[in-house]
Design a protein around this ligand. Structure first.
Ligand code: BES
Ligand code: MN
Ligand code: ZN
Length: 504
């Protein structure tokens, strides 16, 4: 999607769809006038409340406009960036359904909106562009179109090719800056979504590594891939144990982005890359098991975030670490009760082979600490169903041993719209993951499942004082019943980049 910021009259753009955003406050005063100017009767506003994301498409109007569709887009009260983003998602989704290619949005009210929301114009434009990427996203690369009845009906949904944003000249430069930023976030999220949506037979551990290598080449950062032999030499017993039942070798990928000037901080991001989680010998029930193709969402957001950091030239040294494998049952698979030795030397009793994420993250966390001694370690993972029970599908769980880090990530969530909520890490939960035969057990029983998972991970950071764990089991994937565009969400990219900006 091309994003073009323009000062010129929208009529000259010749778009297939012209979008006029209105807040519910403006609706009463301004909308009638604006509509009259383009030849519509105020009556068309009868049922339009301008709620965030509400959309009315009009046909007709003055001759000059009769070839375009006019969309009235609600932005709610016009007070929050979340409403503004929601509006963008809504209209962009509709634009794809209508098969429009060239869309123009009248953003003349940006300065007013900026004042009302307390946000910079660049921030609002970035959020809008990000929303447009999100709303227009479709995953159809695995559709052949062969069974479509109507020939040439555009079997694959067409992409939104061009997005014009008409702004007042006073905010033009800021708007351009915001658009460039939004475009980077939007396309990195798209890459993450594509990876999440690829099913287990189309995305193996090696493919995650390859995606990282390709991105590194394109955007100028180093990527090292450790293959099975090297993983064995390193002694990553967690990753190897989970991989035991698989036909596909594991990979451990390290992405290393260094800024041109002096780095303000060294930050390690660890992402869970389970390409398909069957549960292993502790097999999951078959209902919804297909959704477990999304169990590499943490890896996808780490890749998306490192790429975004490189493309934005953020002044931080970011190291992304991605342990990847699928989790399969079979005669060679690890068994419940097995005791394994992780990279750190800490032994683990595998109480449940379906608690595999923490086994591969354990190795990556210890490796990150030992090898890079970063100022901050953040891991992001679809770690527990229990986190969904606690916080639902919209919000991620946040666990941290640093109040300041937790607060910064929380604020980044509020700003980016990818919300996180902090959960406890009290030592009293350690009781649940004690093992009789090993140093620790990988399962902690029924209660507080997301907390005991986090307590488990904490054992592998070797006393690091500035660590956070983000459990994205809920928000990483929108199921069919959610009413949203079904599939991977790219959750984490926007959140982590927003947080990394603190270091600029
Ligand atoms: N990948 C799952 C967690 C998950 C569940 C993510 C639902 C997204 C949606 C993870 O590997 C898992 O299976 N966790 C177990 C842990 C249990 C065996 C201690 C769980 O949550 O049930
Ligand atoms: Mn599992
Ligand atoms: Zn899993």
């Amino acid at each position: 999607m091309k994003v073009i910021v323009t000062k010129s009259d929208l009529q000259s753009v010749a778009a297939d769809l012209l979008v006029l955003p209105f807040s519910s406050v403006e609706l009463k005063k301004e909308a009638g006038k604006a509509l009259a100017a383009i030849g519509f009767d105020v009556k068309v506003l009868k049922d339009f409340k301008a709620e965030a994301g509400e959309l009315v498409v009009l046909y007709g109007g003055k001759v000059e406009y009769s070839s375009v569709r006019i969309a009235l887009l609600g932005i709610g009260e016009g007070k929050t960036i979340d409403d503004w983003r929601k509006a963008a998602v809504s209209f962009a989704s509709k634009a794809v359904d209508l098969k429009t290619e060239k869309v123009a949005v009248d953003c003349s009210g940006l300065a007013v909106l900026a004042a009302a929301t307390g946000q910079a114009v660049a921030t609002l434009v970035a959020a809008f562009v990000e929303g447009c990427f999100s709303g227009s996203y479709r995953f159809d690369r695995l559709k052949s179109g062969k069974l479509d009845k109507k020939k040439n009906s555009g079997e694959k949904s067409r992409e939104l090719a061009e997005l014009f944003l008409r702004v007042d000249s006073s905010v033009f430069d800021e708007a351009e800056k915001g658009a460039a930023y939004g475009k980077i976030i939007g396309s990195c999220q798209k890459m993450a979504k594509d990876m999440v949506n690829l099913p287990g037979n189309h995305l193996h551990a090696g493919d995650i590594a390859k995606a990282a290598v390709d991105s590194g080449k394109k955007y100028g950062y180093d990527v090292t891939v450790f293959h099975k032999k090297e993983i064995e030499t390193l002694g990553m017993g967690g990753l190897l144990a989970v991989n035991k039942g698989s036909h596909h070798p594991p990979t451990f990928t390290v992405l290393d982005y260094k800024p041109k000037g002096k780095a303000r901080a060294v930050i390690a991001l660890v992402g869970k890359g389970v390409t398909f989680d069957s549960g292993g010998i502790s097999l999951k029930p078959s209902e919804n098991m297909a959704e477990m193709k999304s169990d590499m969402s943490g890896a996808a957001s780490v890749l998306g975030t490192v790429e975004a950091a490189a493309r934005l030239g953020l002044p931080v040294h970011v190291i992304g670490l991605i342990p990847a494998t699928d989790n399969m049952p079979g005669s060679t698979a690890q068994q419940p009760g097995d005791v394994i030795t992780t990279y750190s030397g800490i032994t683990v009793e595998v109480g449940n082979t379906d608690a595999e994420g923490r086994l591969i993250l354990a190795d990556a966390l210890s490796y990150a600490k030992e090898k890079y001694n970063p100022e901050v370690i953040v891991d992001i993972a679809t770690l527990t169903g229990a986190c969904i029970v606690s916080l639902g599908y919209a919000v991620a769980g946040l666990f941290s041993n640093s109040d300041k880090l937790a607060d910064n990530i929380f604020q980044a969530g509020q700003q980016s719209g990818e919300k996180v909520w902090r959960m406890p890490l009290w030592d009293l939960y350690d009781e649940q993951i004690k093992s009789d035969v090993a140093d620790v057990n990988n399962t902690g029983g029924r209660g507080a499942g997301s907390v005991t998972a986090a307590k488990f991970l904490e054992k592998f950071i070797d006393g690091h004082k500035n660590w956070a764990h983000i459990d994205i089991a809920g928000p990483s994937f929108a199921s069919k019943s959610s009413g949203k565009v079904n599939g991977g969400t790219g959750f984490g990219v926007s959140l982590l980049v927003e947080w990394l900006k603190n270091y600029s």
